[in-house]
Design a protein around this ligand. Structure first.
Ligand SMILES: [Zn+2]
Length: 111
């Protein structure tokens, strides 16, 4: 009994640990995004030195990263909607297959 409780405590602590790690990663992602956006807003009007301006290169990198986030979000939504339609259609096919017709129940009708 003691071993079962210890194993259960270890499983619960690993779950809490994974959730904590995921929360920290999410927090870091949000902070990096917010700080990047603040950098772009702060340095949008700067004293540009020309083609090799490091601030412009940073801003372009951040903007391209945000564009990639948006495109990944759009693709994720499209894939999610596609999977939802696929699941609904599969559920419909399963319900047709499990219907109570004599053909699917393999009832012998001689008369
Ligand atoms: Zn510049």
């Amino acid at each position: 009994m003691e071993n079962v409780l210890n194993v259960r405590r270890e499983v619960v602590s690993k779950r809490v640990e994974r959730k904590l790690i995921a929360l920290v990663i999410c927090f870091l992602f949000v902070m990096v995004s917010f700080l990047s956006f603040a950098y772009v807003v702060e340095h949008k009007e700067h004293d540009c030195v020309g083609n090799e301006c490091s601030v412009c290169i940073q801003i372009q990198a951040i903007e391209s990263l945000f564009e990639q986030f948006v495109s990944v979000g759009v693709i994720s939504i499209a894939v999610g909607v596609g999977l939802l339609f696929f699941a609904v259609s599969i559920k419909g096919l399963i319900s047709v297959y499990n219907s109570k017709s004599p053909i699917f129940m393999k009832v012998r009708m001689n008369n």
